[in-house]
Design a binder for this molecule. Sequence first.
Ligand code: SF4
Length: 442
Amino acid sequence: MGLTGLEIFKHLPKTNCKECGFPTCLAFAMALASGKTSLDLCPYVTEEGKAALESASAPPIKLVKVGTGDHLLELGDETELFRHDKRFFHPTGVAVLISDTGDAAAEAAAFDELEFDRVGLHYVTDVVAVKCDSGDGAKFKAAVEAVAGKTEKAMILICEDPALLEGAAGAVAARKPLLYAATADNYEKMVELAKANECPLAVRGEDLEKTAELVEKVVALGQKDLVLDSGARDTSKVLADLTQFRRGAIKKVRAFGYPTITFTTKEDPLEEIVQAGVYLSKYASVVVLKTAKKEHLLPLLSWRQNLYTDPQKPIAVEAGLYEVGEVTADSPVYCTTNFSLTYFIVEGEVENSRVPSYILSVDTGGISVLTAYADNKFSGEIIAKAMKDAGLEEKVNHKTIVLPGHVAVLQGTLEEESGGWKVLVGPREAAGIPKFAKEKFE
Ligand code: SF4
């Protein structure tokens, strides 16, 4: 939670000199509280005032960066307990585990290809977690280097023996991996290693209280970029701990103000995905999985996509005329709204029909057919205007358009408003498009 304008005002010089561009210190404080200006614009805030304001206005959960460049993974910096209060900002990193006892290079190459396109969006797995199961520092280092050679995505190095971790961490330090993990037994050496390589460090306690104590010790040694693990592995206990971390962080319990990491334990891949889904929902910053199969990961990545959108903004495609296949002037024209889920379902079914077609995506502010109709955003008048704006008349020679079956009631007005176009009532569900196209257009 940020400071109020009055709280900020207490730390300002109160001279109303206007050098910040605001008429008074109070006006500046109010603008600062709403994020519309920056504290740097006041040259007269004392160092103590700056320190107080910066510490009090620090985000409840620290932003921790793992990886570099295009594959930088930003964790934490969340402000909400409930997504609908504002939104969640930094999507949970989905990590796949690779052991140093297997063929790390081959597994990393397969991991690197875990990318998906769905409803016009591109999903990727973000992190590869390499684990030292061999108990051999040289073997672990070789596996980490092999993985780094096959993927540029962010890395987690899992090894609790600093002596075994040292070589691997040094080899890929430039990639800024997350080192896992400092514990009550090894934290001094792990902090040394993390500081020497400028890497973020995971801290694993045995419960919430012990994790908080360990965080304080690690921070006192100068390691600031941390990721927390309460040590729990049972699903309900992990969920409870993640919730306590988030609640504590929002209440400014400083030891809880860091991103979190979790590990799945279920052996059955489908159960594992459900377990990962629980952690992803509340409130893991990284989930490390054992399965690396596309069919297992896609539902999890889809769920993440849904969770990390802005609930106040519908997901929309750009309104306009789209071509599916090699269209000609004879191709049919379907119309729908620009709600992305609706649009891509219609597009998929038009593709399935194997009849090259146009789809007119009407701007309804990104809402679905029936909702838009109820809100008068998908009317005969609006569709007719969209047809005109898209230049449909110049594209096709048949003056026929297919209306979604759910809004058959618009048929008459659309025929009138469009100036004589024939309006066919299409199927109520997109799944009916291939059959409809076969009957009408093949
Ligand atoms: S520059 Fe600083 S002291 Fe001057 S009006 Fe702005 S906030 Fe007040």
